[in-house]
Design a binder for this molecule. Structure first.
Ligand SMILES: [Zn+2]
Length: 317
């Protein structure tokens, strides 16, 4: 069977985006709702059903052969459930079953949002042409995913590549995940900003204490702002080097709001990689900014649905 179109959902704590996507990754129809993140689980599901309902009103819907979902995590793809940290009404919520019913019985492929972004970068973005890649999102949190041997590697539950919760500081600060010294605890936007303030950085007259404001100060040469980014860069470098040493990736792609800091982040990151990625087979590891924009989650969810269909077709034929 030739795959024509798939439906895709990108579910986050702020918005639920949906699309119909063709086999080249072009978005043909879109629908979007705010996530009622603080409401009960069925109300949140109602917003998902609303987005699917709007897609289904398109005449193109009848050509859709599968639904790919990238969701804020943790997800459990083997159980078909999700428990997004910032959607408290969803704990072990049976999203796959409910979405399949709302989508008229289409087969559903569920992956975590970090894995979805990885699928998108591998298909159309900065990791295109690389068979072994780590893709990361560094923003409010730090997420990621892996491509190994030319294929997306979501792992049994859809969470593989969760680099934000690798510990890179054995006795470091407690992380909300329960561990200590996680990459996310050091390198996420809120932690870059918090640390800068703790070390004595003061915002400008606008009072902006976001990581973007710290990045602007760092670009202007503020030594404390630079030091906070330097620590984040070292944590990221240690996590990336560990990943490369374990599974031999040759490129790490970094997106998300913190990556928009540009060379304020990437220059110390490349320097720190030379300290941590030392063995012959990881020394040439490249680190580059992500290329996919805000549609990465949707395009990646579509890619996962298309890949699953291709596998199914290959198994049948
Ligand atoms: Zn953690």
């Amino acid at each position: 069977m030739h795959t024509d179109l798939v439906a895709a959902l990108d579910i986050g704590g702020t918005k639920i985006a949906g699309a119909l996507v063709d086999g080249r990754g072009t978005i043909l129809v879109r629908a979007q709702c705010a996530t009622p993140a603080q409401e009960d689980g069925d109300t949140v599901m109602g917003a998902v059903e609303e987005v699917l309902g709007r897609l289904a009103r398109s005449p193109l819907w009848e050509r859709a052969t599968a639904l790919g979902i990238g969701s804020a995590g943790p997800v459990d793809a083997s159980a078909g459930t999700v428990s997004p940290v910032n959607v408290p009404g969803w704990r072990d919520y049976p999203l796959v079953e409910r979405a399949r019913a709302a989508a008229g019985g289409l087969p559903v492929e569920l992956i975590g949002d970090g894995v979805a972004i990885t699928a998108a970068e591998h298909w159309q973005g900065a990791a295109r042409g690389h068979d072994d890649a780590l893709c990361m999102v560094v923003s409010t949190g730090v997420g990621g995913g892996l491509v190994l041997g030319g294929r997306l590697h979501p792992g049994p539950t859809g969470n593989a590549g969760h680099i934000g919760h690798i510990s890179v500081d054995l006795d470091g600060d407690a992380c909300p995940c329960g561990a200590r010294g996680c990459v996310e605890r050091i390198a996420s936007g809120p932690n870059i900003a918090r640390r800068a303030v703790e070390m004595g950085w003061r915002p400008g007259p606008d009072g902006d204490t976001s990581a973007a404001a710290v990045a602007a100060a760092a670009r202007a040469g503020d030594p404390v702002a630079l030091a906070s980014f330097e620590l984040a860069a070292r944590a990221l470098a240690a996590g990336i080097a560990a990943t490369a040493t374990l599974v031999e990736i040759d490129i790490a792609v970094i997106g998300g709001g913190v990556a928009k800091a540009g060379e304020v982040l990437f220059a110390p990151l490349r320097r720190a990689l030379r300290d941590y990625a030392t063995l012959s087979f990881v020394r040439d590891l490249e680190v580059v900014p992500a290329r996919m924009g805000t549609d990465a989650g949707l395009v990646g969810a579509a890619a996962a649905a298309l890949a699953r269909q291709a596998d199914t077709a290959a198994a049948v034929s």
